[in-house]
Write a protein of this length. Structure first.
Length: 85
């Protein structure tokens, strides 16, 4: 365990950041799963789910939870599968 005052503070900060990152990552994964599930049916629910997933992917990338290129790749593949064949 940290003993210096600054190290204790860093430990507290990292715990808060870890919790925040885990929350965002979990919400992002759930949104992507819901978007994939809604895509075969199409229509309005699929569009809403796709928009929510894209938003959360971009937010996670901008906050450093996932790499920006990974977010772009996921968004691109979701959008590609949403288009009619």
């Amino acid at each position: 365990m940290a003993t210096h005052k600054s190290a204790v503070k860093r430990a507290r900060q990292s715990l808060r950041r870890r919790a925040r990152n885990r929350n965002l990552r979990s919400r992002m994964r759930t949104a992507v799963k819901q978007a994939r599930a809604a895509l075969p049916t199409g229509g309005e629910p699929a569009a809403v789910a796709l928009k929510e997933a894209e938003s959360l992917l971009r937010r996670a990338a901008s906050r450093g939870v996932i790499p920006k290129k990974r977010a772009s790749r996921h968004i691109s593949r979701l959008a590609k599968s949403a288009k009619p064949a």
